[in-house]
Design a protein around this ligand. Sequence first.
Ligand code: DGY
Length: 385
Amino acid sequence: MAGELLSWESEKTRGERSVASGVWPPAGCRWRRSGVPHGSARMLEAPVRSNVRVRRDKQSKGGHAMAKPSILVTRRLPEKVQARIARDYAAEFNDDDHIFTSDELLRRCAGKDAVLPCHSEHFTAEVIDQLPDSVKIIANFSVGVDHVDLEAATRRGIVVTNTPDVLSDATAEIALLLTLGAARRASEGERLVRSGGWKDWSPSFMVGTQVTGKTVGIVGMGRVGQVAAQRFRGFDMQVRYHNRSRLDPAKEQGAVYHPDLDDLLGHCDVVSLHCPATADSRGMVNADRLARMKDGAILVNTARGALIDDDALLEALTSGKFAAAGLDVFNGEPGGDPRYRELENVFLLPHIGSATVDTRNAMGDRALDNLDSFFGGREPGDRVA
Ligand code: DGY
């Protein structure tokens, strides 16, 4: 009804229809005064801050002002996702896609209701403590949340969400690519062909490791780990796993559970890491654990570089202990430890586990679904703090 004071959500629903029909803003609409829905903070059990200041995207239509929740989008997202954001929020985008320093991040957060960051922005306790009071939610475009100090966010009553499920298939594909690439010396072979250095074929030329029928150890049997296990089974591999808790038999599908990680390692020809980087898991792949692995084993990491002690892995790769490693994630991204680049027996990718069109669109939709829930007064589906 013209002139009616509508909630953000009912406006948004009307907006979706209006965008679909090419008319935005919808006639007679007026956004509620605050971008943060009444009661949402209480419902989410976060401390309520009074005096929330919202930078409004004011538009006038039929004499009625409207304001959308304001949001900082820290990196360039897929076009479809940015269009949805621009439609539903008063958004500040990062058109040249540069990485914000903490200072710039904080400066750009001024007056925002929400931030939509990627893992490239570091929300340390220090940064979170300096966020303006207006910021109520950090809706990550990532499943990993190791770049956000969750305790600090909880202390400040800031809700944090992630994007699980939608990148499991894409990341599992990369785990398999890394395994095959490392085992069959793919980058070495590719470099040889490209450089014109391929001079001959012989029975001893470019001999690698066959993975079919071998044993894979999945460390972290969550969503990605389970999909990866399924793909490894496609190579007739026996699956063993370590996880905080044992899966039910329907999910286990015959995989052998090892409550003790140290016990798992010695059984595996390939070890694939799929657990989050937490205070407990950082540096878990250390010299002691690598020594427990089979001679000629292959280590694959699509999770986080922080899980690995680089000095120890480099030693295992150069001493002949390991056949190879496949790494998509690194300590010190972008770039990673430059010593890996010198080794032929490492298959390296630049953190592209989730880099497919389907997945990146789905990640954006998932992050926005979380924001829509929050500003619509509902519990975001993927709340992690
Ligand atoms: C994730 O979502 O955590 C991926 O590593 C990309 O950030």
